[in-house]
Design a binder for this molecule. Structure first.
Ligand SMILES: Nc1ncnc2c1ncn2[C@@H]1O[C@H](COP(=O)(O)OP(=O)(O)OP(=O)(O)O)[C@@H](O)[C@H]1O
Length: 453
């Protein structure tokens, strides 16, 4: 007997052994009590047994019952439950089970008896915008942040939230941000026009975390890839809106290439140059390349970067539907176009000549020079791999699900992903929508003052 006790304690450890002993004692007391009731009041004993079985079945099915309740009334429940209580539920109740099921835990020890499970706990905080929470996890040895980021969709499903975004703020750490509802679900108005253009930070719309979506223009080239109707125009117009004060003051010029002669015809008065036919387009791009060469020669040995001022302005070469220029023109014109554009893309950044190009099909054969664009934005695309073509390899795996953006204009147009500064993972954003009447007002108020005699 002593030997058996010693063996069991050695195998299971004293705590586990005591726990098992306690459970055995409780069961024994229950069984004796039940037998006592059976002999005195058989009917009550049968009723007790049936109630026990029912309770046991309900307990076993608790996950399915909860899933059903959640599916039927989840939305209403989520509104009623305070955010913090909701977060605590996932923090203490669901997280340990979830990471266990996803294989994000480690089991140590030898044999069942000494099994210890190490699982990543994480620091949980409510988000500032009250639309979810953030979990910062120190990954275990042998794991990488990518192991968690790959499961963002699963976390979103398990927590019943709209979206979970993951990134790695520093080595060995992963940050998961749960968004309960989608802050970008309704269209945004056109961004307000600033009093003075800030070339280093122009407002384009809103980020998923509720902050302003801003991009730098000076020293950058912008590339926007999206299927037709994805809302490329709204990003282009948001950039032009931000430039309006500088356009009026003569410190910025927009040169527009509009092969379809539709999208930008309405804002024609804001543009210093406007080209639609293949010959005009190639002449205009060569003119921009010549400006780059002139500025480079003028600055040789002097200042390293050009500062845009009235009379020596920042030039934005705005190209709508780049494929029309790189594929659908004669070979001679395509060669001239590619040569001139290549020169601007490689040398224009420090000389205040930027390119903003929109394209429906971002394949390499269509846009061979897309790697030269420093800021790349992908809106809704038709196939999963296309986000990788725009943002770079692995973007879809890191959360840029541009192929899942709804095709519906109201809920999906203008939504996309961009590589935010200091972020390893793409940030979801929505551009403000510039309507036709907004464009009319911009033309009336900000069209460049006429020059010449
Ligand atoms: N940011 C936005 N917010 C809400 N709705 C938008 C937004 N951008 C565009 N839309 C809606 O989607 C429609 C299509 O947008 P737009 O023409 O800009 O897409 P596109 O990507 O430029 O398409 P295409 O390649 O055919 O020119 C617009 O008419 C507008 O109704």
């Amino acid at each position: 007997m002593v030997l058996l006790l010693g063996y069991l304690i050695g195998q299971h450890g004293p705590l586990r052994f005591l726990w098992a002993l306690l459970k055995f004692g409780v069961w024994l007391v229950c069984a004796v009590a039940w037998l006592g009731v059976l002999f005195t009041r058989p009917a009550a004993a049968v009723a007790l047994s049936v109630a026990w079985v029912l309770l046991w079945m309900l307990w076993r099915m608790r996950a399915r019952v909860w899933a059903l309740v959640w599916r039927l009334w989840g939305h209403r429940i989520s509104v009623m439950i305070p955010r913090r209580v909701w977060m605590w539920h996932f923090q203490f109740n669901s997280w340990p089970r979830l990471v266990f099921r996803l294989g994000l835990v480690f089991r140590d020890g030898h044999g069942l008896s000494r099994l210890t499970v190490q699982y990543p706990r994480g620091r949980w905080t409510l988000a500032d915008d009250d639309n979810g929470w953030t979990v910062v996890v120190n990954v275990l040895d042998g794991q990488s942040p990518a192991d968690f980021i790959a499961h963002c969709e699963t976390f979103a499903e398990a927590w019943g939230v709209h979206h979970v975004a993951g990134d790695s703020p520093k080595r060995g750490t992963v940050r998961l941000r749960a968004y309960i509802t989608d802050p970008l679900r309704t269209p945004l108005a056109a961004p307000p026009i600033p009093a003075v253009t800030n070339f280093k930070s122009v407002l384009l719309g809103m980020r998923e975390d509720g902050h302003q979506w801003r991009e730098r223009l000076l020293g950058r080239h912008l590339f926007i890839g999206a299927a037709t109707g994805g809302g490329k125009g709204s990003v282009q117009w948001a950039v032009i809106r931000a430039l309006c004060p500088a356009i009026r003051a003569g410190a910025a010029e927009v040169w527009t290439v509009d092969p379809k002669a539709v999208e930008f015809a309405k804002g024609r008065w804001l543009f210093k140059e406007y080209a639609t036919s293949p010959e005009e387009i190639v002449d205009l791009v060569e003119k921009a390349a010549a400006l780059v060469a002139t500025r480079r020669a003028a600055m040789a040995g002097g200042a390293r970067t050009h500062v845009p001022v009235s009379g020596d302005p920042y030039v934005l070469l705005n190209i709508d539907e780049l494929a029309a220029c790189t594929v659908y023109m004669t070979k001679d014109l395509i060669d001239r176009f590619n040569r001139a554009l290549g020169l601007i893309l490689t040398q224009g950044r420090s000389l205040s000549v930027s390119v903003m190009a929109a394209v429906q099909d971002p394949r390499k054969e269509i846009v061979p020079m897309r790697q030269l664009f420093t800021t790349r934005i992908v809106l809704r695309v038709d196939e999963a791999g296309q986000a990788d073509l725009v943002l770079g390899g692995g973007a879809t795996a890191r959360g840029a699900h541009a192929h899942l953006i709804p095709a519906d204009e109201y809920t999906g147009a203008g939504i996309g992903y961009v590589h935010g500064d200091n972020r390893a993972t793409p940030m979801r954003v929505r551009a403000g929508y510039t309507s036709d009447s907004d464009i009319d007002r911009m033309c009336l108020r900000y069209a460049p003052a006429p020059t010449g005699p």
